[in-house]
Design a protein around this ligand. Structure first.
Ligand SMILES: Cc1cc2nc3c(=O)[nH]c(=O)nc-3n(C[C@H](O)[C@H](O)[C@H](O)COP(=O)(O)O)c2cc1C
Length: 368
């Protein structure tokens, strides 16, 4: 008979904000295999793929998904978790989705730490709808889920790392290893840059629960301090607020339409300095929306954050997902709304921005 271990419900209990979580991030520490609480595992796996709402007869999850196609199947390899027998478990057994673990056989992976989360890519769920483009979406979604898990691990005071399995284990290419904190390996000091951030209104855990894609915005302008916060918590710094797989491959551009104190135009953002450089004058949001198959939220948002890459690498797509999860949770924490936009003509977006790079994602941002 199948054994299902139900996990404790995710309740926001920690007072840390995303700003605090990324300052003392899980990936900055060496990970050691000592016993962690089942509640920690429960919260971390929920932050990756937990069911946070129901719509159209299905679960909407903590991480976004292109067309809500949800191509990821999640497994947990437990090594040292209080009250959980070591072994491999699948998270959320098939319908109805439950915040629960079910023991499975036949998966063997060598990994480190107290437990490991594995993401299996059931590609056809997404490529069946979006064709070849779907493969990029799936890698972005692994990035969202992994970053969700790592942010929660940060808030819980644990260590964590994203790792690429080489060679992959069937359709499992990436995993997140979680452990107790050992020595601090990297220091992170966010740059000062163009504006002070504004404080978060929600804790990180509240933002995880409340994150949703928002496509309608009020006409009120955004403020510079809000823009500064989103960038600082998502992508800024010589050491950025997420772990790169190797080097950083994602660049960031802003298409500004309505921000108090900033002229409309396209800006190149420097994550190292937290500074903006104007490269195109005037509002390009209508042309950007046309390049994004006419999606009107792109035209109406006071700001569009466009993530690009100079390289043509799958790791850049994963990284864009990690930055994207930070953007979603930062916007939610500030009482703002955003939506990941992956459907666009790459060449048209690059030509609107006047950049010689591959666009990966557009995030319209506004006041819901
Ligand atoms: C890779 C990716 C691409 C997406 N592309 C679009 C898009 O082009 N337009 C859009 O309106 N939403 C897009 N979305 C948002 C999804 O539609 C949304 O995440 C999904 O409906 C689940 O809703 P939720 O984000 O509120 O949980 C995308 C999401 C992801 C992860």
């Amino acid at each position: 008979m199948e054994r299902l271990s139900e996990l404790p419900d995710f309740k926001p209990t920690l007072s840390l904000t995303i700003a605090e979580a990324v300052l003392d991030a899980a990936f900055l520490y060496e990970s050691v295999e000592s016993e962690v609480a089942l509640e920690a595992l429960s919260k971390i796996v929920f932050a990756a793929q937990g069911c946070t709402a129901r719509a159209w007869g299905r679960c909407l999850r903590a991480a976004p998904s292109a067309g809500a196609t949800y191509p990821l199947r999640t497994y947990v390899v437990a090594r040292a978790v209080q009250g959980l027998e070591p072994g491999v478990y699948s998270y959320q057994s098939p319908a109805p989705l439950k915040h629960a673990l079910r023991r499975v056989e036949g998966i063997s992976v060598s990994s480190r730490g107290s437990f490991t989360i594995l993401f299996e890519e059931v590609s056809e769920r997404t490529t069946g709808v979006y064709g070849e483009r779907g493969y990029m979406y799936i890698r972005e979604e692994v990035g969202h889920a992994a970053q969700g898990a790592l942010l929660e691990a940060s808030a819980l005071g644990l260590a964590g790392r994203l790792r690429k399995l080489e060679p992959p284990l069937g359709r499992i290419r990436y995993c997140v290893e979680i452990g107790a904190r050992g020595a601090k390996l990297i220091e992170r000091r966010p740059p000062k840059g163009f504006a002070e951030p504004s404080p978060a209104k929600l804790t990180l855990e509240e933002a995880i629960v409340h994150r949703r894609s928002v496509r309608k915005y009020s006409p009120t302008p955004l403020r510079l301090d809000e823009l500064s916060s989103i960038l600082l918590w998502s992508i800024s710094g010589p050491v950025r607020p997420y772990q790169p797989l190797t080097s950083y491959r994602v660049t960031c551009y802003l298409a500004v339409r309505n921000i108090k104190g900033l002229d409309p135009g396209v800006y190149r953002y420097s994550p190292e300095e937290h500074e903006l450089e104007n490269i195109v004058k005037g509002d390009v949001s209508a042309r950007l929306a046309a390049a994004a198959l006419g999606q009107e939220w792109v035209a109406r948002a006071p700001l569009n954050i466009v993530l690009c890459t100079p390289s043509d690498s799958p790791d850049a797509e994963l990284e864009a997902g990690m930055v994207g999860q930070n953007i979603y949770l930062s916007a939610t924490s500030l009482g703002l709304g955003t939506v990941a936009v992956g459907a666009f003509y790459d060449d048209d977006v690059a030509s609107v921005l006047r950049v010689d790079e591959r666009p990966l994602y557009i995030f319209p941002v506004g006041r819901p």
